[in-house]
Design a protein around this ligand. Sequence first.
Ligand code: PEP
Ligand code: MG
Length: 601
Amino acid sequence: MRSETPRRSRRRGARRAAGEGERVFEGLGVSPGIAIGPAHLHEAGDVAVPEHTVDADKVEDERDRFRAAVDKSLRQLTKLGSKSANLPPNVAEEIGFLLDAHIQMLSHSRLVRGVERRIMEERLNAEAAVQAEIGAIAQGFAAMEDAYLAARVQEVREVGTRLIRNLTRVPYQAFRNLPEGTIVVSEEITPADTALMDPERLAGFCTVLGGAEGHTAIMARAMGLPAVLGVAGIIGTVRTHDVVIIDGSSGKVIVRPTAATLEAYERRRVEFVREQRQLARLARLPAVTRDGVEVRLDVNIELPREIEQARAVGAAGVGLLRTEFMFMNRDDIPDEDEQTRLLREIVEGMGGRPVTIRTLDVGGEKLASAIGGDAAPGANPALGLRAIRLSLSRPELLETQLAAILRAAEHGPVRILLPMIATVGEVREVRTVLAKVARRLMRRGVKLPDPLPPVGAMIEVPGAALAADALAQVCDFFAIGTNDLTMYTLAIDRGDEQVAHLYNPLHPAVLRLIQFTTEAALRNRISISLCGEIAGDPRYTALLLGLGIRELSMSPIKLPRIKQRVRSLALEAASTRARSIMDQSDQARISALLDDFNALR
Ligand code: PEP
Ligand code: MG
């Protein structure tokens, strides 16, 4: 009889552990609302595998592409390993065995050697080489008719799928065919994947990886899908068809709820919808403080579908249009006509209310596959060829986008916003390109607004905040992006759930940069808004108004509650509290001072 090592039996135990009674998990509640429905466990499959022959002089590049995918897979597995360290010891141990096995398969293994041989000798593209090698290994194991080896085949396939997905960066098209009311449970969901979810069909989602200020979280709010990210241990516990509750406000995920839990959450769901309806009544009331100070409340838009909601909540305009949506989930770059059409729809949809269009902000965690090789992540993607740096290095990309913005401006007021500005020179360079594009359009007989639309900078790099006086000389307006400003000031990745507890916009350094930028804008008489996620969190409203901000831009779903908060505040009291907060150097003390103020007013 075949003897069984303790390691083997434990691993089988891990597979059996799924099932049984109610389990409650805690993660980051990133998009409010309650979803209750059957789970769909997404195991990174369903990826279409392209196949072609690689040119002889390109095989080494292809092998490097495969090696990069191996490195990425190893990073993901290591991250999953450290994530599971917070789980109960026996569960963490079981998951650890599985992850170790996957890591081994990616380190000098038969799989890696076999794929490299197929690329170099058969000149197969990397995805097809992985698929062929996995097939060959699986066939070999199947011939041995052994239950333990059969389980290993499954592991080999899981590793192969991870590699192929990292190579293709193909979105989860499979979401399209899920039954209505499904809750997607996945290791990770990218912003582009989220954009493909249909909120009419899917009820919500939860993932193991992802932070609260990352773009997946922002996209979930844009889609109005309840979502919880950073849920350790959820994979391995939940099975497809299990009933799951997602509480996107508190960050709880409940698997296989008891009848009593289900009933309690049904009540909460009804209560949430009632609250939203009540807030919607605020749409026609002005955003003005108790002592008569007007505050401009704009919306951040990720997808054109949100325009209707922006109008419904009574937004003053679009404070931030993230144009990345135009480049997501496609293999080509939209041409000038297509971009113009998409922008025009939004500008017209806002019916004369200004639309602030931000030029492309990809790179870092936001990779649009269409942008291609230049945007490949470097060792430090967030510090690399991102946002305006990418646009300035690809003149045709920037010129096309500026031309489309200028043409859309014929249909309503627009402003041009530049992401990740660090220097005065970058703004000047864009202005030169803008003037050139405008001349070219005029020669073509296109009618342009006179004067040309205002040009502003996102203030989201600490150096830009500290150079705000100089930047104000070349900018018509500022928009403070506290999501990135907090990340770059504190050196904390906004999309990484492992350091989410350290990410704190109330750190005195971040607040000083906000204050410094605001004062520079006011001194130089240019308008200033704040469009990071804290603009949509009522906890911060009194402080931001107290610091001198009078324009806030946020996800449409957040606007009613912020209006309610503005209308409940007296600016004078908020300014006094903001001054005492700015005298503090300890973030815990700052939090306490702010929360005390909020509890009273
Ligand atoms: C920000 O960084 O605060 C911001 C609004 O831009 P994004 O979240 O798109 O990076
Ligand atoms: Mg940003």
